[in-house]
Design a protein around this ligand. Structure first.
Ligand code: ACO
Length: 251
């Protein structure tokens, strides 16, 4: 349904970025290094987010090769030192991950094989995760003396609850497909051969819904946890008034 040649906008930082109509696809493209993530990759992610074409409604994040991502490129380890302004630098890295939650888009991670550390967090930055039956999520940071700091802790707790998040992070154990589905980390488990098709089907389902209603609804859902029932009801009314007004004026 979205034919035509995808326009290739960028190919840097070990990333490929393609736009095909309303669907953008970000591909981690360093399979020989299991899509290990560099600082350059995170800058490129930020740049893609800042320049995302307005028509894009679905952003797919996928990895080339055997693994979605083996996490931070271990060559980057130790290059951040206490003398530098670490807080600013980490904030800069986090920008590459944060935009994937924008209400204007739905982000879908297609995850096969390993999703370790930064790889797990990149998958957690997306709204939805479709995984293969050989998926292996692992929050390895605490085992390496670090904390997960690429915006993954909040979605993890929201998806699986505090106890399970503590279990997963503080043991750095592997979460496989069956558990990922059961605890809400994954929407769907498919074979590797079926991954691309499953993502395509999800994108088509998402695109079938009215765009402005989808944006307003995502905004509502995202705000729900931080509001009381009364506040959320008021927020529903406010969004609905805008929808009804827009529909009666024909837009
Ligand atoms: N950084 C840099 N290079 C990596 C990384 C990484 N995180 N992960 C894998 N590679 C490289 C390997 O060094 C190897 O390179 P080489 O062919 O030049 O020797 C190549 O990718 C293939 O790796 P293998 O280990 O041979 O692949 P395999 O499929 O058997 O295993 C696995 C994959 C399980 C992901 C393993 O590579 C691994 O454990 N990687 C390290 C994971 C890690 O600790 N990440 C950091 C987490 S913390 C964080 O992200 C903040």
């Amino acid at each position: 349904m979205h034919g035509g040649n995808p326009e290739n906008i960028a190919n840097t930082g070990g990333l490929r970025f393609e736009v095909d109509g309303e669907i953008a696809t970000i591909t981690l493209d360093r399979p020989e290094k299991r899509n290990a993530q560099t600082f350059a990759l995170w800058s490129e992610l930020t740049r893609i987010g800042e320049n995302l074409p307005e028509q894009v409604r679905v952003v797919v994040v996928r990895g080339e090769g055997p693994s979605f991502s083996a996490g931070i490129d271990l060559a980057m380890f130790g290059t951040l030192t206490a003398g530098t302004n670490l807080d600013d630098q980490i904030a800069e890295f986090q920008r590459g991950f944060l935009w994937l939650r924008r209400p204007e888009i739905v982000s879908v991670a297609a995850v096969q094989g390993h999703a370790i550390g930064a790889g797990f967090q990149l998958a957690l930055s997306c709204d939805l995760r479709i995984v293969t039956d050989d998926v292996k999520f692992c929050m390895k940071e605490p085992a390496l003396g670090l904390v997960p700091d690429l915006t993954g802790t909040k979605p993890l707790v929201e998806l699986v609850g505090l106890a399970k998040a503590i279990d997963i992070c503080l043991t750095a154990r592997v979460v496989q497909a069956e558990e990922a589905l059961r605890i809400g980390l994954a929407e769907r488990v498919v074979s590797r051969e079926d991954l691309a098709q499953a993502v395509k089907e999800k994108a088509a389902e998402l695109l079938a819904v009215n765009r402005d209603a989808a944006i307003a609804t995502k905004r509502l859902l995202q705000g729900a946890r931080g509001r009381s029932l009364e506040e959320q009801s008021a927020a529903e009314r406010a969004e609905q008034v805008l929808r009804i007004r827009a529909m009666s004026s024909g837009s």
